[in-house]
Design a protein around this ligand. Structure first.
Ligand code: ADP
Ligand code: ZN
Length: 725
């Protein structure tokens, strides 16, 4: 490890936009990758020792590093990963360093941390605010919470927390030093594997000594992919390295954590938005000290400072949640491959319905591919279309007579049915029957969606909400406002009206206050606590509902239309995933798709199960059009409160796009974005397409070099865009 002695000139990458600056190594010297606090003008900022200093700045004027941060130095592999990820995503390096150092209080001077525990009796005077504090401690209580975070989670002022301490209900202690996580034991036996599972597990194990490799692990839901990649985890741990399993919706992984514990005898580290600052801090430090063997996390876990990462599993690798479209625009799946190639680690991309890019990479031999053919202990569900043109639909109802019969049958047998509708809220549109006007958001180019549980209209773009009007905001006529179309809440109303005795559970992300409440609801459903489950796309993700034998897709046509490059691919994946929920635990499953176009190629591919044919056809169409992965795309998104400013600027930018042309890239646009306004900002998009081998990033960098942005104009570059909105 490179060490810089006292007084040596070192380059420190700060987390400020200034980037790399030269400083002098402090007393005792400093190591490469060490996190430090350095003076910057009158301020002190965090930075990372990036290498030897550049020179060119008067040595006499150099200032020494102010202090070392108490944390393991980032490894050379982490530094290289951050540099290359910055280059790839066209993000500035300081921004990526900030992402990789997101541990609460990291740069604070060392001081004992105080944490509060619930110890005493309830206070004599109980207020609603005090009750909330006690509830939060109840929920996250085991390790206690720092006063500031406790107040924030409870949504109360610090004085409420202080009052409870004075009253003797809470006790303050000094936080213990962050402890390592319990070791996982890879030598414990896994489940006996079926022959093709065993062969896949062996192939993954055998590849680990090679260092870097990427393998697509393909198999229908329930075929045992998790069982197989847990064997790769075991191998990685046995080799003394750390493993990371990424899941798209970590809040829903209670079942997964229990499986890891059953397999390895201890729980893994968890990294996602639902963990407390204390847990986050501990995990961040333990990743760097090899004090945690396995981390299960959401996409940002990829930026943890692992000491020796030997395996990254990306479960449900096709999932859109791996793409971050804000701040740093990156795909965690693709960045996982980058990080693994630097760390000499193995990547496993698991999916029943891989992304087309992944499928092509496996097809061309860039990735290895393993297929699990059998569904463990259960048959794939039978699938059929319900042709809505031939059904006698009642007005204002969305469940066809055929689907109604099937649900009723399940109810009679004590089995569960799942009705899938990818629309949150009560109704997607609120319309005035007098003037025909739809209620839109004042700040966005979006319709307001009725949420009856909240008794409000909500904008799904910006979150703005207002009471459901009884008078039309456009024409002033009273009592004519009407909901149009179905959302999950409205579907729940229909279900309750049809089957008043049935127990109905609605799974929609906005109906739960906390990740914990959602976990509890899912566990309750899995234990048989509901007869009919109504859900948005969040139910498509890996839950196991053993009594579920019927899946009804309310509107299989949703998502078939749309100008989106990936519309067909996405609805194919989503519907296959949902259909895969039925009959997981032995019972025979049935999946029914309500559609107006049973002859649509996507619907036909889903029903016939001829997936390879579907992928072949999609790949051929993309190749023909020079679209990814046969060509490369980048989106440019510009926004400004003033439409004139943003269109004018975009037009100028397009005028000077010679560097793009020189690299063989084409520029389309500028054009108003499909969602032309969000939060009061007008949005304009451009799309760049380049041949596969073109130096796309360099060309864009050259194009945008030295461009002066008008005040308040935002410009984002989205390499490999997933969404075009
Ligand atoms: P996938 O990840 O492909 O959806 P899972 O690994 O979750 O599949 O397997 C589905 C279910 O079948 C799980 O409950 C799992 O424990 C069980 N299972 C899979 N393979 C085996 C096996 N070899 N022995 C026992 N149970 C298995
Ligand atoms: Zn809005």
């Amino acid at each position: 490890m490179t060490h810089f002695a006292l007084g040596a000139r070192i380059g420190v990458l700060t987390t400020e936009p200034v980037g790399l600056l030269d400083y002098l190594a402090p007393e005792g010297g400093v190591r490469l990758g060490q996190l430090v606090v350095v003076p910057l003008g009158p301020r002190r900022v965090m930075g990372c020792v990036w290498g030897a200093g550049e020179g060119g700045f008067d040595a006499a004027k150099l200032r020494p590093v102010a202090r070392l941060i108490e944390a393991e130095p980032l490894t050379p592999a982490v530094l290289e990963f951050l540099s290359r990820a910055a280059e790839y995503t066209l993000t500035s390096l300081p921004v990526l360093l900030r992402m990789a150092t997101r541990a609460p209080g990291l740069a604070d001077p060392p001081a004992p941390r105080r944490i509060l525990h619930l110890t005493g009796p309830e206070p004599q005077r109980m207020t609603e605010a005090r009750r909330r504090v006690l509830d939060v401690l109840d929920e996250h209580g085991d390790a206690g919470l720092e006063p500031g975070e406790l107040a924030r989670l409870a949504g109360v002022s610090p004085s409420v927390v202080a009052g409870l301490t004075t009253a003797g209900t809470l006790t303050e202690t000094e936080a213990p030093r962050d402890a390592a996580f319990p070791r996982l034991d890879p030598s414990r036996p896994g489940k006996p594997l079926s022959p093709d599972q065993a062969a896949a597990a062996e192939a993954l194990r055998a590849r680990q000594p090679e260092g870097y490799s990427t393998t697509l692990l393909r198999g229908v839901t329930g075929s045992g992919k998790t069982e197989v990649y847990l064997e790769a985890v075991a191998e990685c741990l046995a080799r003394g390295r750390q493993a990371l399993v990424m899941l798209p919706e970590i809040a829903l992984s209670a079942e997964f954590l229990a499986r890891v514990e059953a397999r390895f005898g201890a729980r893994p580290g968890e990294w996602h938005s639902g963990i407390t600052a204390t847990e986050r801090r501990r995990l961040w430090h333990m990743a760097g000290r090899h004090g945690v063997d396995l981390v299960v996390g959401a996409r940002s876990a990829l930026f943890l400072p692992f000491r020796d990462l030997g395996l990254i599993v990306v479960d449900e690798e096709h999932d859109g949640a791996y793409k971050q479209e804000d701040g740093v625009w990156y795909s965690a799946r693709d960045m996982a491959v980058l990080r693994a190639s630097i760390e000499g680690a193995q990547v496993v991309l698991a999916s029943a319905t891989p992304a087309l890019e992944t499928w092509v990479n496996a097809q061309t031999g860039k990735y290895h591919r393993l297929d699990l053919t059998d569904r463990h202990g259960a048959d794939l569900p039978e699938m059929a279309a319900i042709d809505l043109r031939a059904e006698a639909m009642e007005p204002g109802r969305w469940i066809s007579p055929t689907l109604t019969r099937e649900v009723a049958e399940r109810l009679g047998r004590g089995e569960q049915s799942l009705l899938f509708l990818n629309r949150r809220g009560y109704a997607p549109v609120t319309l005035c029957r007098a003037c025909g006007q739809q209620v839109g958001c004042e700040d966005c180019d979006a319709r307001m969606v009725e949420h009856r549980v909240l008794n409000r209209l909500v904008c799904h773009q910006c979150g703005a909400s207002r009471p459901i009007p009884t008078t039309c905001p456009a024409c002033g006529v009273e009592g004519k406002m009407a909901p149009v179309g179905p959302g999950v809440e409205r579907l729940a109303e229909e279900v309750s009206a049809r089957w008043p005795q049935a127990r109905v559970a609605v799974l929609s992300s906005d109906l739960f206050q906390s990740a914990r409440a959602l976990k509890a609801a899912i566990a309750d459903i899995a234990a048989g606590g509901a007869d009919i489950i109504i859900g948005t796309q969040m139910v498509a993700k890996g839950h196991n509902f053993p009594a579920l034998t019927l899946v009804g897709v309310i509107d299989a046509d949703l998502g078939l239309q749309g100008a989106d490059l990936r519309a067909a691919e996405r609805s194919f994946q989503l519907m296959r995933q949902v259909a895969g929920r039925a009959g997981r635990a032995g019972g025979k499953g049935l999946a029914l798709l309500q559609t107006h176009q049973p002859e649509h190629p996507v619907i036909r591919a889903i029903l016939s199960g001829e997936e390879e044919a579907f992928w072949d056809a999609e790949a051929a169409a993309r190749r023909q059009a020079g679209m990814p992965p046969f060509g490369r795309l980048a989106g440019v998104i510009l926004s400004h409160p003033d439409l004139g400013v943003v269109t004018g600027f975009a037009r100028d930018l397009a005028q000077r796009a010679q560097p793009l042309g020189a690299a063989g890239a084409e520029l389309w646009g500028p054009a108003p974005a499909p969602i032309a306004r969000i939060r009061g900002r007008h949005r304009v998009r451009m799309l760049i397409r380049a041949p596969r081998q073109a130096p796309l990033q360099e060309a864009i960098r050259a194009w945008l070099e030295g461009v002066k942005l008008p005040a308040n104009l935002r410009l984002a570059v989205d390499i490999d865009p997933q969404s075009f909105l």
